[in-house]
Design a protein around this ligand. Structure first.
Ligand code: MRU
Length: 326
């Protein structure tokens, strides 16, 4: 996998600008933490683990840029980074872990760098483990449906849901993938088909509403998605459109898997009712990609995520193993 989604180079974070894919592979060099916040908000960097890693690097860059940096300043920067997006718990988890690792004021910049690099490397390894654990559920010749992008572009490694697919490929299993386009920002169409295509995986793009037809025809063996936050009871948030897929999978008796590292589990909340769902700007729906597709002034409701109840989940594929759901 030679997609370098995030890379710390001295005191600059280099990211792939995911808003420009698949047309152009361009990088952004972010040398201050507020540009990192802007990149998280605009989805130039996106996906739960990747925004956590970006925020950890934000702390490194903030510490490096501030003479006589102290804990209070880092705490304030951390709060700003955490506020960039509300739903993916990996963002809060990474910032809190990084802040918790700071020792003396004189060592803050060094400590922040050490822990951010460790979070990034750890995520790479977590993806590998998820890949191996998930691949054990998939047979040669199977067809997998996925939603949004839970791949290399969304993590510090090979991805979670897509990590399972890459691992199957490595094991010599021939897998066919259907990728939902993922309205309104098209992470499936723009990102998932791009990265699976780079890896030579057999991928077919479908509109979000095509899933039911394929399931009814018996063309889908498994659904695998990522997650942004998993509550204690197993309810989880993921990209809008995940919940209807889970309902469809249940109706057609198709296994529905959620692939996520331990950093996506939020043990502070009991159920999905406690997950804050981000709402996005109306323009992303009415004039996305510079083309107006709805009348001026129309009312819009655009939640970025939905919550899938745990009783629709067949199993959680994590770095620790496969935990059976309903
Ligand atoms: O709004 P996005 O593109 O950040 O949403 C991403 C998703 O919903 C992913 O499925 C999730 O973060 C898991 S990424 C391994």
């Amino acid at each position: 996998m030679n997609i370098k989604t995030l890379e710390l180079i001295d005191n600059t974070l280099r990211i792939i600008d995911q808003t420009r894919l698949p047309g152009e592979l361009v990088y952004l060099n972010l040398d201050n933490y507020y540009d990192i916040i802007a990149a998280i908000k605009s989805l130039a960097v996106r996906g739960a683990p990747a925004i956590g890693i970006a925020a950890a690097y934000g702390l490194v860059i903030a510490a490096g840029a501030k003479p006589n940096v102290d804990r209070a300043y880092m705490q304030q920067v951390g709060e700003e980074l955490k506020a960039a997006r509300p739903t993916a718990v990996n963002l809060m988890w990474a910032v809190d872990r990084a802040l918790g690792a700071l020792s003396d004021d004189s060592d803050i910049a060094k400590d922040a760098r050490r822990v951010a690099l460790a979070i990034h490397e750890e995520d790479r390894l977590l993806c590998e483990k998820i890949g191996v654990n998930g691949a054990a559920l998939i047979n040669d010749g199977d067809t997998i449906l996925t939603h949004c992008n839970a791949g290399a572009l969304a993590t510090g490694g090979i991805g979670t849901a897509l990590g399972v697919i890459y691992t199957c490929q490595e094991q010599g299993k021939k897998i066919k993938v259907f990728a939902d386009e993922t309205r309104p920002l098209l992470q499936g169409a723009r990102l998932t088909t791009w990265e699976l295509g780079q890896a030579g995986i057999d991928v077919t793009l479908i509109t979000d509403s095509t899933a039911g037809l394929l399931m009814r025809r018996g063309e889908i063996d498994h659904v695998i998605v990522g997650a942004d936050r998993i509550a204690k009871n197993g309810d989880f948030a993921n990209k809008i459109g995940t919940y209807p897929l889970a309902v469809l999978a249940k109706a057609h008796d198709i296994p529905f898997y959620v692939a996520a590292p331990y950093s996506t589990f939020d043990n502070a909340i009991e159920s999905g009712d406690d997950i804050v769902i981000e709402e996005r700007a109306a323009e992303e729906v009415t004039e996305g990609f510079d083309r107006r597709t709805a009348p001026e002034g129309v009312a819009v409701y655009s939640p970025a995520f939905d919550v899938t109840p745990h009783d629709l989940v067949t199993a959680y594929v994590t770095d620790r193993g496969v935990e059976r759901g309903a």
